[in-house]
Design a protein around this ligand. Structure first.
Ligand code: UDP
Length: 248
């Protein structure tokens, strides 16, 4: 599958529908696959952390979780087809696997949140099998018990919501001990699914302004969100260097 390099992260050139199909085929496959939904913040993090970058690039599917990445790819002259927001991607996958034998596990977020997210998703997608949950604030010595539970329950898809880069490191460190076919880092998605954090109204999403809604509703994220304009500036700089050679 074609990959598009955005500041070192190799994004799959893929639409939302194709991403859903890819995940479904991975779930039915024989090898374990890891998926990253990368936004500009993650791309910027990976520029400073080679190990993290390597972890993402060695996964099977990396999608553009954020309009910033799509805009960045256009500026760089290799446009990605569309935004594949993680939150929507998980919903679309749930919609396809509800009523099937596929089993899902939610790992992450503050105590009680993943359980609430699971309840909400089971209500929304009748027949969805979220067979287990665990919060994301466990001790290292609890890890084996979590792995055992996931394997005993024969989970196919594990959503890991520990925030980046912790969730990617967890997947790297323990993924091989899991029998699940698909592992995805989901950031703060359980907070959204549980209703703890409200998602932006549709109009913001359609206009590509979800980041703006986040900024005004969660001002504590403002410092982190400075990465967004910085990302665009670095992309522009990279493009200019690409056009005029490396002499600049
Ligand atoms: N989190 C966790 N364990 C930790 C640190 C964070 O479960 O040790 C959770 C946190 O409760 C939140 C998510 O990880 O649900 C990170 O959310 P954030 O919005 O920062 O992630 P993003 O979506 O921006 O990647």
């Amino acid at each position: 599958m074609k990959r598009v390099d955005v500041l070192g992260i190799k994004f799959n050139h893929i639409t939302m529908d194709e991403s859903v199909e890819a995940i479904l085929s991975y779930m039915g496959g024989s090898e374990q696959k890891t998926i990253t939904t990368a936004n500009p913040e993650i791309v910027m993090m990976a520029r400073k952390d080679q190990v993290f970058k390597q972890l993402i690039n060695s996964g099977q599917l990396t999608v553009a979780d954020g309009i910033g990445v799509v805009i960045g790819s256009r500026i760089l002259g290799c446009p990605l087809p569309e935004r594949v927001a993680g939150y929507d991607l998980f919903h679309n996958v749930f919609d396809r696997i509800k009523g099937t034998d596929y089993k899902v596990y939610f790992l992450g977020a503050a105590p009680g949140i993943a359980a609430k997210a699971a309840r909400n998703m089971r209500l929304k997608f009748e027949g969805l099998q979220v067979v287990g949950v665990h919060d994301g604030y466990f001790e290292l010595e609890d890890t084996q018990a979590i792995i055992d539970e996931i394997n005993e329950k024969e989970v196919d898809l594990v959503l890991v919501g520990l925030g980046a880069p912790k969730q990617e490191r967890w997947i790297e460190d323990y993924g091989k001990r899991l029998n699940a076919k698909v592992l995805i880092g989901v950031g703060g998605s359980f907070d959204g699914m549980s209703g703890t954090v409200k998602r932006a109204p549709d109009i913001f999403i359609k206009l590509g302004l979800e980041w703006f809604h986040r900024l005004i509703t969660q001002p504590s994220r403002a410092r982190r969100m400075l990465q967004l304009p910085l990302f665009i500036l670095v992309v522009i700089g990279t493009r200019i260097r690409g056009v005029f050679g490396h002499g600049i």
